[in-house]
Design a protein around this ligand. Structure first.
Ligand code: SF4
Length: 267
């Protein structure tokens, strides 16, 4: 057994962590063991060497019943303005002409990230839109198409939990609670022919889910592997030769495996 690892009082988490943990807790743990996240430095993995893999992540599903998938161009009004853009993201769609881009300095209070000190949580939506009535909503952009292979390639649950997380961060930054978040599919491969978007409501149930999910991840001191062909084939640590539980070969060739194993403490 490995020596127990002492975590900071409130381990910093991000929307990316939620998505990764939902896919495979060990994938998230390998990521945290190699990268400083928020104020938390990189550290050795928590997962014991004699861990027993699980069939699926223990994270329970977010509320998805009210999410709506809509085909076509995103429904923007002429009075809508763009108040935030993740400048680290290239290839975001040009949804607004320059005169309707009015970046809000409140969304830069913590640099590029939106931060939630109460939940120890930070991250970046791709865009935030403000309507003429003062309401706001975050947009997560995915340059894929919506309906062909939608469930297989992405999974509505991944999109829902990411949108919920971004609604919370938007609320914390602006003091205005979004009623929903948007996941926008650009269909780059199909030249926009199959564009679509998902509207994810954000209410008390969704916020409650987020708080419990973050607590659940922090309380998990095992973070077991949940191997599946679908997830393992696209898993970044697997591509780097870091996971011995993988159910599928990586899409990409592994780099120098010995060096990387040393970096994660021999996992
Ligand atoms: S290769 Fe599979 S089991 Fe290993 S960390 Fe990645 S998703 Fe998890």
């Amino acid at each position: 057994m490995q020596a127990p690892m002492i975590l900071p009082a409130l381990e910093h988490l991000t929307p990316h962590d939620l998505v990764t943990y939902y896919r495979c807790p060990y994938e998230m743990e390998l990521h945290h063991s190699r990268h400083a996240v928020g104020g938390s430095p990189a550290r050795g993995p928590l997962t014991p060497v004699d861990v027993v893999p699980v069939h699926r992540s223990p994270l329970f599903d977010p509320p998805t019943m009210r999410a709506r998938a809509i085909e076509g161009r995103l429904d923007l009004a002429p009075t809508d303005t763009l108040v935030y853009v993740d400048e680290g993201e290239r290839d975001l769609p040009m949804l607004f002409p320059p005169e309707r881009v009015r970046l809000d300095p409140a969304l830069r209070a913590h640099g590029a990230n939106l931060s939630d000190p109460e939940l120890g949580f930070s991250g970046r939506p791709d865009l935030i839109v403000r309507r003429s009535d003062g309401s706001v909503f975050p947009v997560e952009y995915k340059s894929t198409h919506l309906f062909v292979g939608y469930h297989e390639a992405h999974g509505r649950v991944f999109d829902v939990l990411q949108a919920i997380a971004e609604c919370r961060l938007t609320h914390q930054a602006l003091g205005v609670k979004p009623t929903h978040g948007i996941v926008l599919y650009g269909d780059v491969a199909g030249s926009g022919a199959r564009e679509g978007w998902v509207e994810v409501p954000y209410g008390d149930a969704e916020e409650r889910w987020l708080k419990v999910a973050l607590a659940q991840i922090r309380a998990d001191r095992v973070r077991p592997p949940a191997p599946s062909e679908r997830h393992c084939s696209g898993c970044e640590p697997n591509a780097e030769g870091l996971c011995r539980y993988a159910a599928a070969r990586p899409d990409r060739p592994a780099p120098n495996r010995a060096t990387l194993l040393t970096a994660v403490g021999g996992a």
